[in-house]
Design a protein around this ligand. Structure first.
Ligand code: F6P
Length: 341
């Protein structure tokens, strides 16, 4: 009988998950394994909810956004009997290995299960935030930033027609990568990232200068930026992370800009639109490569590892190292964008 590999996707979805699932399933099948898809992340692993998944189910999924397995932000370590549930499902489903596709949180759980219970897990990094330290890029990021970049271009058209300043708020959590690439790629006039507090004086001066020169000013702001003088009560999710959806960063910045510069200002929050839709070519190829590599790692018995992109190579790094710290925007990148915008 073929050994069985389970696949799950946890945390926020992102474009590239389906190509990655496809990569795991097709390669695993070639290596003689059968696969099951765990439904809705760790929640499905706690409850043992799984469906068989074969090459024919995934072949056409390469261009499809979202995750065909569903996802959740469930943390088994925060649920009564959660870890026991995961271990019991592993047995009940007669699994040889589990491939967990996720970001810092999902992979943190995978790492703990490997360390504490010797579970045969392999991790695949995904997140539109691109904030995992051990890999150069995560799939989902390119699609999300490309979409936001297009939004900048659209905002510039309407903003210029009305002689306005426009503030675009993008996702990305506590790393400013999405905002940074959006601002540079879209040719914005100002960038606000969580890595440094917003300099209101500088922001308003740059908005005024851009508006005077080109009749429009575009500000790209990350959802987690720190705006001096304003503090909001923050809510936490099961992994202890701030829920950022109600911070109203764009609106707060727009108010400041209007008051200080007297330039009429409008806002746009791109939000979850960044996470849906077909993956870009880059994310399709990266997703496929890391998925295939995950199947290889299972076959080689290299558990407790995460697949990572280093330069042009797809390699294995330990889950421990992969989840140790967040990758945030570096001072070099900030200088690069300051010199440019
Ligand atoms: O981590 C990915 C991400 O899209 C963040 O950029 C954002 O803060 C968060 O997920 C939103 O999560 P949810 O879909 O649960 O609102």
């Amino acid at each position: 009988m073929a050994k069985r590999i389970a696949i799950l996707t946890g945390g926020g979805d992102c474009p590239g998950l389906n190509p990655a699932i496809r990569g795991v399933v097709i390669k695993a099948h070639k290596l003689g394994y059968e696969c099951v898809g765990i439904q809705e992340g760790w929640k499905g692993m706690i409850n043992g909810t799984a469906k068989p998944i074969g090459p024919d189910d995934v072949r056409e999924m390469v261009g499809r956004g979202g995750t065909m397995l569903g996802t959740s932000r469930t943390n088994p370590y925060k649920k009564e009997g959660g870890v026991q549930g995961v271990l019991a499902s592993f047995k009940k489903l007669d699994l040889h290995a589990l491939v967990a596709l996720g970001g810092e949180d999902t992979l943190g759980v995978a790492n703990k299960l490997y360390k504490e219970h010797k579970l045969n897990v392999v991790g695949v990094p995904k997140t539109m935030d691109n904030d995992l330290d051990a890999t150069d890029y995560t799939f989902g990021f390119d699609t999300a930033a490309t979409l936001a970049m297009e939004a900048v271009e659209r905002l510039r058209d309407t903003g210029r027609s009305h002689r306005r300043a426009m503030v675009l708020e993008v996702m990305g959590r506590h790393a400013g990568w999405v905002a940074l690439y959006t601002a540079i790629g879209g040719g914005a006039d100002y960038l606000c990232v969580p890595e440094r507090p917003v300099d209101i004086k500088d922001l308003c001066a740059k908005v005024k200068a851009a508006h005077a020169a080109r009749q429009v000013a575009i500000v790209v702001a990350s959802e987690a930026v720190d705006i001096p003088g304003e503090k909001k009560e923050e809510q936490l999710d099961e992994f202890g992370h701030m829920i950022l959806k109600d911070r109203g960063v764009a609106e707060r910045l727009a108010k400041i800009i209007e008051t200080e510069t007297k330039i009429e200002t409008r806002t746009a929050v791109i939000g979850h639109m960044q996470r849906g839709g077909p993956p870009t070519m880059f994310d399709r190829i990266l997703g496929t490569r890391v998925g295939v590599k995950a199947a290889d790692l299972v076959h080689e018995g290299k558990f407790g590892n995460m697949v990572a992109l280093k330069g042009d190579a797809v390699i294995a790094v330990s889950l421990e190292a992969a989840t140790a710290k967040l990758k945030t925007v570096t001072p070099e990148w900030l200088k690069f964008s300051d010199d440019l915008l």
